[in-house]
Design a protein around this ligand. Structure first.
Ligand SMILES: Cc1cc2nc3c(=O)[nH]c(=O)nc-3n(C[C@H](O)[C@H](O)[C@H](O)COP(=O)(O)OP(=O)(O)OC[C@H]3O[C@@H](n4cnc5c(N)ncnc54)[C@H](O)[C@@H]3O)c2cc1C
Length: 81
C-alpha cells in the first residue's frame, strides 16, 4: 500500500447503529470516515435494544458504555421469554 492509499478517507454507506458505531471506532483509531445516509430522517420505531455481555464489551471499546449503563434497565434474569 502506498502513502496515497493510506490517507484515503473511508466511506460508510448507511447511518444506522452499525454505520455510526463503525465511524466512531474508526475515529478512535484516528481514521477519517464519511457516512452516506439515504434517509432524510432518523427511524424512531422500535421499543428496546437487548444488549448481552459481548455487546457491552463492544460499547466499552467505543467509549459509550458507561453513559448507556446509567440509562439502561438491568435484567438479571437470564431467561428470555
Ligand atoms: C420496524 C423495526 C423495528 C425494530 N425494533 C427493534 C427493537 O425494538 N429492538 C431492537 O433491538 N432491534 C429492533 N429492530 C432491529 C434493528 O433496527 C436492527 O437490528 C438495527 O437497526 C440494524 O442496524 P444497522 O445499522 O445494521 O441497519 P439499519 O438500522 O437498518 O441502518 C441502515 C441504514 O442504511 C441506510 N441505507 C441503506 N441503503 C443505503 C444506501 N444505498 N445509501 C445510503 N444509505 C443507505 C438506511 O437508510 C439506514 O439508515 C427493528 C427493526 C425494524 C425494521
Amino acid at each position: 500500500m502506498d502513502s496515497a492509499e493510506e490517507t484515503r478517507d473511508i466511506v460508510i454507506v448507511g447511518g444506522g447503529i452499525c454505520g455510526l458505531a463503525t465511524a466512531l471506532a474508526l475515529h478512535r483509531k484516528g481514521l477519517r470516515s464519511i457516512i452516506l445516509e439515504k434517509s432524510e430522517t432518523l427511524r424512531d420505531t422500535g421499543s428496546a435494544i437487548v444488549i448481552r455481555a459481548n455487546g457491552w464489551q463492544a460499547l466499552d471499546q467505543l467509549g459509550v458504555a458507561s453513559e448507556l449503563r446509567q440509562r439502561a434497565f438491568h435484567n438479571t434474569n437470564e431467561t428470555l421469554q
